[in-house]
Design a protein around this ligand. Structure first.
Ligand code: TRP
Length: 475
């Protein structure tokens, strides 16, 4: 998104909308008052100028009485809707902030117009499923949602739903951060007992990166092995690569085209920041990521049913795709997908950015040996501890910026033990080296077990998961 909107001022659609409404009133007042012709003309010109700016910022035509809809965050790096300083960049291609504590997720909720996963919702999920809410929910790692109450209302009335998530296979190397949505999705699949589709956007990675089609397809298969190793139920899960599945599924393709017809270039420019020099593949790709949110894209699973509700667990950077999807859905006769958003998994160097597969030292890979894990954490994990042991004992460490502590919130399941670690670190009883040791000992077995399970994923298993077929569920 760095090359977006060269020289243009990014403006908040809501602010522009309000300016427009006021300017409209002004024009009417001048006309009623039979004001000077030039004065009216000047006011009308300003109104037209504002309309153009509004369309650029929101991707929509201005209509009096219709505030910008939810997919109109403008180029979503635009100023925060709450008027606060925009220090966080969050989009499908970039995540960064100047704050060592990481992105301000509460502000992001306001900016994206989603809802917070509050204690009430966490408790409700516990009640409805009869299971203790996952620690990602208890600890605010999945922190934002759209329409979850509606999904739960329906579920309580025995109207079920399906899950959709995905992965862009940009390399063979997956890191622990990539597992977060899959670990959570598997939990959702287990507790709700529902079908799941997983999209591998090898087409997207071909369009965005300097990679061959063959490489992207190969990465899709390699990544599928890691995804399967998360433990998904083969009777309830369909994994597909876009480059492979789309050509064999007329129903899927029809939905892609329906979405394409109902989203303008202006809208995707507003949502994704595309420019005139982006290839047309990129411009139409969002329709491909939207289609799996509609159940009749998968006739083998849902037959011709188009009303099965979809829930998408994903990292918050994918929200622009689904704001667009939700905006289009009712216009093409489908229910809007619900969403649950996760925070990012921080880079070893600090929460200013997320883990990146292209920087070996910023990430713990799923292929790392116990020794590599140990060395990387000891060498790179940003510490919130003090410079000397004496100072640390006296003043304590800062868990809000300490990456080892943050990683433990993702991977240590025991709430009491984690809380004790937090207190001990903050009070200075626990030293940085000791905290790192706990993290190393927590992660090593998790990665080793993942590697064991991945080894057991045969070509046959991959084929089974990737074959379009009926799944086992009641909806
Ligand atoms: N665009 C995502 C990526 O690059 C992949 C993806 C496709 C996805 N469909 C999804 C992610 C649905 C989450 C939910 O990683």
């Amino acid at each position: 998104m760095t090359d977006q909107q060269d020289g243009e001022k990014a403006t908040n659609p809501m602010e522009l909308y309000e300016k427009l409404a006021a300017q409209g009133d002004q024009v009417r007042t001048l006309k009623t008052a039979k004001a000077d012709k030039d004065e009216i003309e000047a006011a009308v010109q300003l109104l037209l100028k504002l309309k153009v700016e509004y369309k650029q910022a929101s991707g929509q035509d201005y209509k009096a009485g219709c505030p910008p809809s939810e997919n109109s965050g403008g180029a979503y790096n635009g100023p925060a809707a709450d008027g606060a300083d925009d220090q966080d960049t969050v989009d499908p291609w970039n995540v960064s902030t100047t704050n060592a504590k990481g992105v301000d997720y509460d502000k992001l909720i306001v900016r994206f117009g989603s809802s917070k996963i509050n204690q009430e919702l966490v408790d409700r999920i516990g009640r409805v499923t009869g299971r203790r809410p996952h620690h990602f929910l208890r600890r605010g790692i999945f922190f934002s949602h759209r329409d979850m109450h509606q999904v739960l209302d329906a579920y309580e009335k025995h109207k079920s739903f399906y899950l959709y998530t995905g992965r862009g296979p940009s390399s063979e190397a997956m890191h622990v951060g990539h597992l977060i949505p899959f670990i959570f999705t598997k939990w959702l699949q287990d507790v709700f007992d529902i079908p799941l589709v997983i999209q591998l956007t090898d087409d997207e990675k071909y369009l965005w990166k300097d990679l061959s089609i063959e490489d992207c397809q190969r990465f899709a298969i390699e990544n599928t092995r890691d995804i399967i190793a998360c433990g998904f139920d083969v009777n309830k899960t369909f994994i597909f690569s876009d480059l492979e599945y789309m050509g064999s599924s007329p129903e899927f393709f029809r939905n892609v085209v329906k979405v394409q017809k109902h989203v303008t270039f202006n809208q995707v420019k507003g949502i994704f920041g595309f420019t005139d020099s982006d290839c047309i593949g990129k411009i139409s790709f969002p329709a491909t990521q939207a289609a799996p949110a509609f159940s009749n894209s998968f006739p083998e699973i849902f037959g011709s049913r188009k009303d099965t509700q979809c829930l998408i667990p994903c990292a918050i950077d994918q929200d622009p795709y689904f704001r667009m999807t939700r905006d289009v859905a009712p216009r093409i006769g489908y229910p809007k997908p619900a969403l649950m958003h996760s925070t990012f998994f921080p880079a070893l160097q600090g929460a200013q950015t997320k883990m990146s597969a292209s920087d070996a030292n910023s990430s713990i890979f799923l292929t790392d040996t116990p020794k590599q894990i140990k060395n990387k954490i000891n060498k790179y994990a940003f510490s919130g501890g003090k410079d000397t042991v004496e100072e640390h004992r006296k003043y304590g460490g800062n868990t809000e910026v300490d990456v080892s502590y943050m990683y433990l919130t993702f991977f240590m399941e025991d709430d009491e033990r984690l809380e004790k670690i937090r207190q001990d670190y903050a009070s200075g009883t626990l030293l940085t080296g000791e905290l790192k040791k706990i993290l190393i000992e927590t992660l090593q077995p998790i990665i080793a077990q993942h590697q064991e399970r991945r080894k057991r994923v045969t070509d046959e298993t991959v084929k089974q998961f990737m074959t379009p077929r009926p799944l086992n569920f009641k909806i």
